[in-house]
Design a protein around this ligand. Structure first.
Ligand code: GAL
Length: 713
């Protein structure tokens, strides 16, 4: 597999590999050698070309400090290579061995209650620790040098799902690193005190070494500026931890590709150094777990939602771990994909930007904290339906690979995403409102269900290929983005700004001018006169207590019983009256601003809630409230009726999803049945690349069936 030139981060970036990786994470250390050859043979028969290994095997590769033994993996790699299977190795730093944590206990994480992490699971060590960093560099260098000239090792994964168990540390060494970070960022203590608001509650410091962590509720709330910088620090430290490894790997063999497998994006700023260091993003997909974690109303749409967010960071990606069957650890369990569903979920990943995919995992473990986590073959070493589906997927990929690689995912309606500062700024002070991703989920769903190409994009990215950009109340709007979106609108784009956008600065201070700030007010023709939270539709009282992680954790936790007097307002758009959710803004409009929707009761009655102003060849909508499911549908219909966007497939039946990959003079329409019943779909003309059959008009799609239709360009 050749590694091609790496382009800058962009949602429109394709993978810089000249082939599609198909395979499995593999743990040869979990069975004796008598299994190995048969494993490799069956992988080759399935059509796999790659395995990923060694992410939890530090104790095997370095049984004692500075004594390395790579013989197990040498043999495993050679055995797989005999069957044509290449290896991706991982730095094993998610599980430092016991000799290390015993001799250097200062590398263990400390939680907010001062409890030091124990050895015996994983991610117990503190990535901010300089001592851990030294050991991470040592093991990375030893592995890299040992495998430098091994032709079967083609690339690397750094660590494993950094920050998914926890990202925080309150250890004494983390505090010193945090103080250093603050000194480098602010230079003077006065600058820091200004940023964090030191004159509020006497929180000012006299020196950098007086700085403390923003301890959650110890005893009360910390300043949003302080909290924001703590999370910026964690992201900085995570990037630095990875950077050490990347530097060593690149210097040792520049022909290797390097990625990280993300499980979420907690305290990782992928568009910053973390992502810039890598060749591409790896994103682990467990759709059934999202349901178990109550993250959002159906595993099919939630998978699409996660993939669409993930793509916004850096474009096409690989899926290093795609769920195969039952997923479980002692504290939770998922339900099981039905026959055909594992392949369908994998094809959904491809349809939304995966240019490589591995099923988790080759064989399930017989021991340890994941004995009920299924693999491709079963505990008794028999290959059953999941093996057959993986084999089918590999053969599907071979049929489409040449046409697929080099294409990107079409996006007509884009939602602003992939911004670390806005994700964090929300969490520092949510005023009981939904997060940007909770809000965005409504518009994403409305588009997904109608078959409209929708995804996420950062405002710094190339906006010229999208038709509309929705900004889901990004409080920390940057000046330079206004210029980019103004150009996008002048060139004919549609911008939809939602309430609260642009209301805080970089320090998390509320801006000192009237919202939404000068540039956005000029662009939208709107100024905010006043605002206030309202109940969610159907709820009594306000939502509170949001805990937002990274990608996908967008579920509010409602207060058990309403304690505040409920405030409900409605608005009217055209002939529809809807109940407002979460927030009202009372708007002042410029003379030439068109009023599309108005508040319809009490003191707000008759005032604008949805406006439009023309700008160059485009238009700017301002939405003085947050999305609800019905409002998102109204916005979608508005865009469709104004010819801003159109469904890829008309009148899609429920449970069918579509996505278009295009580029290089090709158009591949993916049509996927996410349910077990057969559906009839009315399709545009083209050829199904999986069967070679011509398709046009009403077409039967079997339960969990997939079509990849090449359309005329
Ligand atoms: C991922 C992780 C794997 C394995 C898998 C199933 O989050 O990277 O190591 O734990 O989940 O739990």
């Amino acid at each position: 597999m050749k590694v091609l030139e790496r382009k800058p981060l962009s949602v429109w970036r394709t993978l810089n590999l000249d082939g599609f990786l198909v395979g499995v994470p593999h743990y040869p250390e979990h069975v004796d050698e008598s299994y190995w050859d048969r494993d490799a043979e069956r992988m080759a028969t399935a059509g796999f070309n790659t395995v990923r290994m060694a992410e939890f095997a530090w104790h095997i590769m370095e049984p004692h400090e500075d004594h390395f033994d790579f013989s197990l993996f040498d043999k495993a790699i050679a055995g797989l290579a005999k069957h044509g299977i290449k290896t991706i190795l991982c730095t094993p730093t998610a599980t430092p061995p016991r000799w290390l944590t015993a001799k250097y206990p200062e590398v263990l994480r400390v939680d907010a209650n001062g409890r030091q992490a124990s050895h015996g699971s994983r991610q117990h060590c503190d990535t901010t620790s300089p001592v851990l960093r030294r050991h991470s560099q040592r093991i990375t260098r030893a592995m890299a040098e040992h495998y430098r000239d091994n032709p079967h090792v083609i690339g690397w994964q750094t660590d494993n799902e950094l920050n998914t168990t926890t990202s925080e540390s309150y250890s004494p060494s983390a505090l010193i690193e945090f103080q250093k970070f603050c000194r480098a960022k602010y230079g003077t203590i006065d600058a820091l005190n200004f940023a964090w608001g030191g004159d509020f509650w006497a929180t000012a410091y006299q020196t950098f070494d007086q700085i403390v962590f923003p301890q959650p509720m110890n005893p009360s709330f910390s300043s949003p500026g302080h909290v924001q910088d703590y999370h910026r620090f964690l992201a900085f430290a995570t990037a630095l931890f990875q950077h050490d490894q990347v530097e060593i790997l690149r210097a040792t063999n520049p022909a290797w590709f390097i990625f990280h497998n993300l499980g979420g994006l907690v305290d990782i700023d992928f568009r910053g150094q973390f992502g810039q260091d890598l060749d591409f993003i790896g994103f682990d997909i467990y759709p059934f777990l999202y349901d178990e974690m109550r993250r959002g109303g159906g595993h099919a749409i939630t998978q699409a939602f996660h993939l669409d967010q993930c793509r916004a960071y850096s474009g096409n990606f690989i899926v290093p771990e795609q769920a195969s069957g039952l997923g479980s650890q002692p504290g939770f369990s998922s339900s099981v994909p039905e026959p055909g569903e594992m392949r369908r979920m994998a094809m959904t990943s491809v349809s939304r930007g995966a240019d490589g995919l591995m099923f988790f995992r080759w064989r399930p473990a017989h021991f340890g904290a994941e004995i009920y986590w299924n693999g491709i073959i079963d505990h008794d070493d028999v290959a059953r339906r999941r093996y057959e589906e993986a084999k089918q997927f590999a053969s599907d990929i071979r049929k489409i690979e040449d046409k697929l690689l080099g294409t990107t995912v079409r996006m007509d309606i884009a939602i602003a995403g992939a911004d670390f500062d806005n994700q964090e700024a929300y969490k520092t002070y949510a005023i009981g409102l939904p997060s940007p991703m909770q809000d965005a989920a409504h518009l994403h769903r409305a588009c997904y269900e109608a078959g409209i190409a929708c995804g996420f994009i950062h405002p710094e990215d190339d906006l010229s290929r999208i038709k509309a950009l929705y900004v889901p109340h990004w409080v920390m709007w940057k000046e330079e983005w206004s210029k980019a979106v103004e150009k996008f609108v002048a060139d004919g784009g549609t911008l939809i700004l939602s309430a609260m956008t642009g209301t805080r600065d970089d320090n998390n201070h509320i801006i000192r001018t009237q919202a939404p700030g000068k540039a956005l007010a000029e662009l939208s023709g709107v100024r905010v006169h006043e605002f206030g939270p309202v109940s969610a539709p159907g709820a009594d009282g306000l939502f509170t207590g949001f805990r937002e992680g990274g990608i996908g954790s967008h579920q509010p936790s409602p207060r058990p019983a309403a304690t505040s007097a409920s405030r409900k307002y409605a608005y009217t758009i055209g002939n529809r009256q809807l109940e407002a959710g979460h927030l009202y803004e009372k708007l002042e409009t410029s003379a030439d601003t068109e009023i599309i929707g108005r508040w319809s009761d009490r003191f707000l009655e008759g005032t604008p809630m949805l406006t439009r102003s023309r700008h160059g060849n485009g238009q700017v909508y301002y939405l003085g409230t947050y999305l609800t499911a019905p409002l998102a549908e109204v916005i979608r219909e508005l865009l469709v009726s104004n010819d801003v966007a159109a469904p890829l497939v008309q009148d899609m039946p429920n449970g069918v999803e579509v996505s278009l990959r295009e580029g290089g003079g090709r158009k591949l329409l993916f049509v996927l049945n996410t349910e077990h019943e057969t559906k009839i779909v009315n399709l545009p003309a083209g050829t199904d690349l999986l069967t070679g059959k011509a398709i046009s008009g009403a077409t039967e799609l079997a339960g969990y069936g997939v079509l990849v239709i090449e359309q005329p360009v």
